[in-house]
Design a protein around this ligand. Structure first.
Ligand SMILES: [Fe+2]
Length: 355
């Protein structure tokens, strides 16, 4: 884990956010229909302290028609930033093609913020190092190693959301996973980022990681059950992942009392803290997998032992949809909805409210 902290200096606060100054222009240019000759700038996280933050998130993208359809949705939503949750090309040697596809849809200055998936973390199906060169960080104040383990607040001043992006459960160049075991350096980095957000009274904490823990798709808990329980204990508001090529969103889950800990591959009703779509902050964590950014879908399994945790799901065999999560965060509320790409109808929405 040498290198993570050592690289912090590469991402200094100054200068990184310059591209955001022109964000309004870029985003306005993403609107469909005839171009507006004088697009009105919208406020951006860099320039409007305390302003609402709009972001989109999805993973598992590829370079096909599906990816382009989802990028069209993102462009139409005009978010301030996109969290890209890993698995970009599924093929080596076409990193630039992917980056060109993204910038062609969203503009060269749009914060299309990268987190590696397992397909590019080891350099096998594309190389995360090349992706971060052609789609570099665009958020001001980012800390950590962009693409692998980084955090940033939006807006940078008087933030509404802290984003914490981490990479448990996937192999890197040496064929080994990074160490997110209990009390490891990366565990502490993550826990400290969450604790600091709470102590600074940043309204919302969002964690992203390529792999999920709970899933009714193909996978088990590659993110690790201890690490996942730590996120719940610390009351991270929303955990986003990809990897499973489905959309699946849990109820709000909490530990303590009736649920000493969340145990993967089983279900305990005591871990459900709120089961309708309007939830209060502070009782637990909502997990959403949005592995539907463009590639072929997997099935969802209604008989999965974890099915009782899920409020909404979409897969190849049921309610199939490519698309993106779209989140609007204000100091009072975090409102999220799944927005399907053209040709799909599935949707989902949920809201977290501050007490
Ligand atoms: Fe994938």
């Amino acid at each position: 884990m040498a290198g993570s902290r050592g690289n912090l200096g590469k991402l200094g606060k100054a200068g990184i956010g310059a591209g955001l100054l022109s964000l309004g222009l870029i985003l306005s240019a993403c609107q469909h229909g005839p171009p507006d000759p004088t697009p009105a700038p919208i406020s951006s996280p860099a320039t409007a302290p305390g302003a609402p933050v709009h972001f989109t998130a999805q993973g598992d993208i590829g370079v096909s028609t599906g990816a382009r359809k989802v990028l069209d949705v993102v462009a139409g939503l005009k978010p301030h930033l996109n969290l890209t949750l890993g698995d970009f090309t599924y093929k080596a040697g076409i990193e630039q093609k992917f980056c060109d596809m993204v910038t062609g849809s969203l503009g060269a200055d749009f914060p299309y913020q990268l987190l590696t998936g397992n397909h590019e973390s080891d350099g096998h199906d594309g190389d995360i190092e090349k992706f971060v060169q052609c789609l570099p960080n665009k958020l001001p104040g980012v800390q950590g190693v962009y693409g692998t383990q980084w955090q940033a607040d939006a807006p940078e001043q008087n933030p509404v959301v802290r984003f914490i992006m981490v990479s448990p459960g996937i192999d890197f160049r040496d064929g080994q996973p990074l160490d997110y075991s209990k009390d490891s350096e990366r565990w502490r980095w993550t826990a400290d980022a969450i604790d600091e957000a709470k102590s600074q009274k940043i309204p919302w904490t969002v964690v992203g990681m390529h792999v999920p823990c709970l899933s009714i798709g193909n996978y088990g808990c590659p993110a690790g059950h201890e690490f996942t329980n730590m996120l719940i204990e610390k009351k991270v508001d929303l955990v986003l992942s990809g990897h499973d090529h489905v959309y699946q969103r849990t109820h709000q889950l909490g530990v303590g009392g009736q649920c000493p800990e969340l145990v993967p591959a089983s279900f305990s009703a005591g871990c459900l803290t709120d089961t309708d779509s309007t939830m209060a902050q502070g009782s637990g964590t909502v997990f959403a997998t949005i592995g539907v950014g463009g590639v072929g879908l997997y099935n969802v399994n209604a008989d999965d032992p974890e099915a009782g945790y899920f409020a909404s799901s979409s897969g190849k065999n049921r309610n199939p949809a490519l698309g993106t999560l779209h989140v609007t965060a204000t100091a009072a509320e975090l409102a999220a909805r799944f927005v399907p790409a053209e040709g799909y109808t599935f949707s989902d929405s949920f809201t977290l409210q501050r007490r």
